[in-house]
Design a protein around this ligand. Structure first.
Ligand code: SAM
Length: 302
């Protein structure tokens, strides 16, 4: 095992994400020249190949996160304005390197457990990927907001400039109260921000009722899900922000350019439409917006 201690299981969720991202990129769904360098490899050092269903789900996730980034870059800042990007629970995500960040970027701050970020740095160094000087590694436990704040301050974050924050499948791995505390801290610390979240909606059907009845939050690996069984519950968690827009991934998919979807959907033979639909309605994007960033277009409303 690469990680040890009480948080090893949560840290290892990154390894699984990054394998899926690398497999989806290799299958042609989106371009990412860096993800192959950090993905955990299979036998003989080969990339591990995921199923077409996983590829489609990660493609939709990519579309959602990309759209949240675009919303911020196109309508929360004007060309040349200073801005930050802060990624909470960044894991081995390569967003910092992959996309061109427009002029004005003060800093791109990745927050995760130190053990995860150290491994990422070592893998990128081994692959001789040049690290831009605006990319900062901020080791901290997201359950301790004063530690997160200290780590960001130390790396030079300016809390007043418009900031894009992203949490991609991170809050689900924290206790509900810890996630709520992190959300409240973001709202207080970043007065001009767009906090983009990609998460699951908890099961609210008979399966959800069964889980809630028989398992404590601790026993359920995706603990916070059970406490937030629908999109409205999720939106309430972000009530300290000036505005909250949210949509499930079926809506995000429906809003994507048809030509792009046609390109992606002909890449592989596929017949698991029911499962794909189920996944799309169980995941969502949410943008919690404050201060000067509220001029963002309302493209997240269903
Ligand atoms: N956001 C990345 C992505 O989409 O590729 C990684 C997602 S992975 C499922 C969850 C990440 O959240 C892991 O890297 C894990 O270490 C991080 N994480 C979860 N709880 C955390 C905590 N309390 N403090 C710091 N990082 C945490």
């Amino acid at each position: 095992a690469e990680y040890s201690g009480a948080d090893a299981t949560v840290q290892a969720t990154n390894d699984s994400s990054i394998v899926s991202k690398a497999s989806t990129a290799a299958a042609g769904y989106f371009e990412d020249p860096f993800v192959g360098h950090v993905a955990i490899r299979g036998p003989k050092g080969r990339l591990i190949r995921r199923s077409p269903l996983v590829h489609r789900c990660y493609y939709v996730r990519h579309l959602g996160v990309f759209q949240m980034q675009e919303t911020f870059l196109r309508s929360c800042i004007s060309p040349g304005d200073a801005y930050n990007v802060v990624v909470l629970g960044a894991g081995f995500d390569t967003g910092a390197l992959r996309r061109g960040w427009p002029h004005g970027l003060r800093g791109y701050f990745e927050v995760d457990f130190p053990a995860v970020l150290q491994r990422k740095e070592a893998l990128l160094k081994q692959a001789q990927v040049l690290r831009p000087d605006w990319l900062h590694s901020c080791g901290a436990d997201l359950r301790d907001t004063s530690e997160v704040e200290a780590s960001l301050r130390c790396a030079g974050v300016d809390f007043m400039v418009p900031t894009l924050l992203i949490a991609e499948v991170v809050l689900a791995y924290m206790e509900n109260s810890e996630g709520d505390e992190l959300i409240a801290w973001v709202a207080k610390a970043f007065r001009n921000c767009l906090f983009g979240v990609y998460e699951q909606i908890g099961p609210h059907d008979s399966f959800g009722r069964f889980m809630r009845k028989h398992f404590s939050q601790r026993q359920c690996p995706l603990r916070a899900l059970l406490a937030n069984p629908d999109l409205e519950c999720q939106k309430i968690r972000f009530r300290a922000f000036d505005r909250v827009d949210a949509a499930d991934m079926m809506s995000i998919l429906a809003a994507a350019p048809v030509d792009e979807l046609k390109r992606a959907f002909q890449l592989e033979a596929f017949d698991e439409f029911e499962e794909f639909h189920l996944k799309c309605v169980h995941y969502f994007c949410l943008a919690a917006i404050s201060g000067t960033c509220t001029r963002a277009r309302r493209q997240w409303q269903v």
